[in-house]
Design a protein around this ligand. Structure first.
Ligand code: AHM
Ligand code: MG
Length: 328
C-alpha cells in the first residue's frame, strides 16, 4: 500500500506545486498529526485530560488537549517555514510567521486544531480540521487579515484528521478526496480510501435535536420530513449524532447522510466557524460529490468578514442538502 509520504510526492508531479512548497506543508501537517495522535491515544494514562482552567476567544473552556494540539500544529508549520501565517480557532488573532523562510512562503493555514472538545474526556472520537490558501498580499510583506478572509472556493487544499477507533487523515488538493489510515505499530500512514465519493443520498440525519424548539421553521419541517415513513426515499432516516463534527461528517461522507448545525435562538448564526470548520469540510464534500450550504447560499461562496465568524451549516449528500435548501 502507498504511504502518505509517497502519495504527496506523486501528487506533486501532476500538480501545479512545482516548488514543492505545498508538499512540504502537507508533510508538516502529517508530522503534527502523528504527535497529536500519539497524545490522544494515551489520554487517560497521562495527565492530559480535563480543562486548563482558561477560556479560548470564543468563551469556551480550553481543554489540555486543545492547547497541546494547537501548540504542536503551530510549531510544525512554523518550524519548516512552509506558511507565512496561521489562523487558529484557539487564538484570537492570526499569527504572522515572521521567520526568514516563512516570509517567502506563499500559503496561509486556518485550522481547528482539536474539534469536539466535549468528547475528549470520555474517549469519543475527536478531530483536527485544516484549510490552506495562497496569500493574496505579496510574498515578503507582512501577512494581513485579508489573506485569511478569502472565500472557500479559493482553498488550495483542505482536510481533517479523525482520532477514532483507528485514526485517519482525509484531504483534498482539489483533485478528489483521499483517505489515509494510521498504522500505530510502525508509525506509518497508508492510503486506505482512494478517491472517496459520497453517496448521492443516504438515510442518516445528524443534528442536535435537543435544540428543536429554537430552530427556524424550515429546519423543523426537514426534521419532520426525516421521520416520516416513505419506503421509496428510505424514510424514516436514522438519527446519528456524536457531537464531534469530524466524526459525524466522516461517517456521513462514507455512508451518505446530512449533518446540520442551523441557527438557534441562542446562536443565531449557528455554532460552527466558517474558516476553521465549514469551509474545509465544504471543500471536501464538494470534491466527493456532495454539497454544503447555509440554507440559502453555497458555503464556499460566502465572503468571510471576520476570523471567527459562524454560519448555519448543512452538509452532506447532494439530494439531502438540496431537500433542506428547498425547504428554505
Ligand atoms: P468545538 O470546536 O468547541 O469542539 O465545537 C464544535 C463541536 C463540533 O464538533 C460538534 O459538531 C458541535 O460542536 C456540537 O455542538 P453541540 O454540543 O451544541 O451539539
Ligand atoms: Mg473546535
Amino acid at each position: 500500500m502507498q504511504t502518505l509520504g509517497e502519495f504527496i510526492i506523486e501528487q506533486q508531479k501532476d500538480h501545479q506545486d512545482a516548488s514543492g512548497e505545498l508538499s512540504k506543508l502537507l508533510s508538516s501537517i502529517k508530522l503534527a498529526t502523528k504527535i497529536v495522535n500519539r497524545e490522544v491515544s494515551k489520554a487517560g494514562l497521562v495527565d492530559i485530560l480535563g480543562g486548563v482552567g482558561g477560556e479560548n476567544i470564543q468563551g469556551e473552556e480550553q481543554q489540555k488537549l486543545d492547547v497541546f494540539a494547537n501548540k504542536h500544529f503551530i510549531k510544525a508549520l512554523q518550524a519548516r517555514g512552509v506558511v507565512c501565517g496561521i489562523a487558529s480557532e484557539e487564538n484570537e488573532d492570526f499569527i504572522d510567521c515572521n521567520t526568514e523562510d516563512s516570509k517567502q512562503a506563499k500559503y496561509v493555514v486556518s485550522m481547528d486544531p482539536l474539534d469536539g472538545s466535549s468528547n475528549i474526556d470520555v474517549n469519543v472520537s475527536i478531530g483536527t480540521i485544516f484549510s490552506i490558501y495562497k496569500r493574496i498580499t505579496p510574498v515578503g510583506s507582512p501577512v494581513e487579515l485579508k489573506d485569511f478572509l478569502q472565500k472557500g472556493i479559493h482553498q488550495v487544499a483542505a482536510g481533517y484528521v479523525l482520532y477514532g477507533a483507528s485514526s485517519m487523515l482525509v484531504y483534498s488538493t482539489g483533485n478528489g478526496v483521499n483517505g489515509f489510515t494510521f498504522d500505530p505499530s510502525i508509525g506509518t500512514v497508508y492510503l486506505s480510501h482512494p478517491n472517496i465519493k459520497t453517496p448521492e443520498k443516504g438515510k442518516i440525519y445528524s443534528i442536535n435535536e435537543g435544540n428543536f424548539n429554537s430552530f427556524e421553521q424550515p429546519i423543523k419541517s426537514y426534521i419532520d420530513y426525516c421521520k416520516q415513513e416513505d419506503k421509496s426515499s428510505l424514510r424514516p432516516y436514522s438519527a446519528r449524532y456524536i457531537g464531534s463534527l469530524v466524526a459525524d461528517f466522516h461517517r456521513n461522507l462514507i455512508k451518505g447522510g446530512v449533518y446540520l448545525y442551523p441557527s438557534t435562538s441562542k446562536a443565531p448564526n449557528g455554532k460552527l466557524r466558517l474558516l476553521y470548520e465549514c469551509n474545509p469540510l465544504a471543500f471536501l464534500v464538494e470534491q466527493a460529490g456532495g454539497m454544503a450550504t447555509n440554507g440559502k447560499e453555497r458555503i464556499l461562496e460566502i465572503q468571510p468578514t471576520e476570523l471567527h465568524q459562524r454560519v448555519p451549516f448543512v452538509i452532506g449528500s447532494k439530494k439531502m442538502v438540496e431537500k433542506v435548501s428547498a425547504m428554505h
